[in-house]
Design a protein. Sequence first.
Length: 139
Amino acid sequence: MATENGTLQTQEVEKQEVSLAEGAERTRPGRAYVPRVDIYELEDALTIVADMPGVDENSLDITLEKNVLSLKGLVDLHSPDNFALAYAEYRTGDFERSFSLSDGVDQDNITATIKNGVLKIRLPKAGPAKARKVTVSAA
């Protein structure tokens, strides 16, 4: 957003659809989008804020495997009874996105909250490696 002559200017941003590898198919019908995120760095943690409208704690799956944090949010597409959509400017669909994490993240203490379709993930920074004594035994 920028201001010009005291008025607020906004920029329209297209939703980016998830691209699948060649030959791959989704197991759920419909579209999937890449959620827009902001990433903030604080002294002790990183915070990811993702926009996932229509997603709640029951339809969100966050996994961490091999240093990859994956987000999958399913959006329940339902129409009111006895109504048919005549025109839509906003496409709905699921959300998917992955992040590669460095060793600088304390992966055991990652936390997440979601409210009104806004997901916040706290990635605490790992502390410095502690020195430890290695025990040697006779073979």
